[in-house]
Design a protein around this ligand. Structure first.
Ligand SMILES: [Zn+2]
Length: 307
């Protein structure tokens, strides 16, 4: 026999269905063929696992009938065979009556050799056909395998969905951040346009003093409401614990305004409410303690008066 012939015997050997001569031949081949040894080991493991998986149960009648039909169709007659008929078909003996009288059974020439039929069945079918296992064992084993495959598939889908949800959540967060930034810009642009459209608004140009000679600021101030807006450039970053503070100077007296910080490029912006009613005040920006102070103490960084 060739390697391919031995391979056909492996499934039968795994379920103990080989006859002694074939088993002997197979075991003569195994020591010299690693592939057959490995496949036999796998099949035997699978068969053993099935034996211990579930207790045998009675198959549903319809399933049993279906399997038996297939077996009959394959020549493994389940129904009793009339020996005389078998002998007539064989034609091996002249007198059928004589053969019948002698009580001869099926001859190998008539019924297909059982194991050649068995070879046409898969391991699953063979296991299902073993009386000790029953149909239920094989069916349950297949159900367990399907359940395992379904679980794996669901787990995979769950992983994919989790990743998708997390990705969408990140995008939502980013979009929310962008929206908040745009809303803030829009609000401040509206502030500027509202302020500049007010009838009594005055604009002051503030110039840099000794600590930051290159600094500049434009200040819009509505004396009737006290609303003020400062846009500055060229300011150095504030030291830790400090902030720039705006002052309205009227009658040589500084009145405190809000505090602000410059960004990395030296730009700063402040929307503020200052004391109202002063039509031509001067403005200053000093560096003070963070949070602001009631009277200026630090260096003056910007100074100018309303036009
Ligand atoms: Zn082999």
């Amino acid at each position: 026999m060739r390697h391919e012939d031995y391979k056909q015997l492996l499934a039968l050997e795994a379920v103990g269905a080989l006859e002694s001569d074939e088993r002997g031949a197979l075991h003569g081949h195994l020591p010299s063929c690693a592939e057959c040894r490995e496949e036999l080991r796998e099949l035997t493991d699978a068969a053993s696992a099935l034996v211990y998986t579930v207790a045998p149960v009675v198959p549903p009648p319809a399933l049993r009938e279906h399997i038996l039909e297939r077996v009959r169709a394959a020549g493994l007659a389940e129904a009793p065979v009339d020996p005389s008929e078998a002998l007539d078909r064989s034609g091996a003996l002249g007198g059928s009556r004589r053969a019948a009288a002698s009580g001869g059974g099926r001859t190998p020439a008539v019924a297909p050799e059982p194991r050649s039929v068995l070879r046409g069945f898969s391991l699953w079918q063979l296991l299902a056909g073993r009386p000790a296992l029953g149909f239920g064992a094989a069916a349950a084993a297949i159900a367990v395998l399907l359940l395992g495959a379904t679980t794996l598939s669901l787990w995979g889908r769950n992983q994919a969905l989790s990743a998708e949800v997390s990705r969408l959540y990140d995008r939502l967060r980013a979009t929310e951040g962008e929206l908040a930034g745009q809303r803030e810009q829009l609000a401040s642009a509206r502030d500027v346009s509202d302020l500049l459209a007010a009838p009594g608004v005055r604009v002051a140009e503030l110039t840099g003093k000794q600590p930051a000679p290159g600094a500049r600021a434009t200040l819009a101030y509505d004396h009737s409401t006290g609303r003020a807006l400062v846009m500055a450039t060229g300011l150095p970053p504030c030291p830790a614990g400090h902030a720039y503070q705006l002052w309205l100077i009227a009658d040589k007296k500084p009145l405190p305004g809000g505090t602000f910080k410059a960004d990395a490029e030296g730009r700063a912006r402040l929307s503020d409410r200052l004391p109202q009613g002063f039509s031509a005040p001067a403005f200053a920006v000093t560096l003070e303690r963070e949070g602001g102070v009631p009277a200026p103490q630090g260096d003056v960084y910007l100074l100018g008066s309303a036009s």
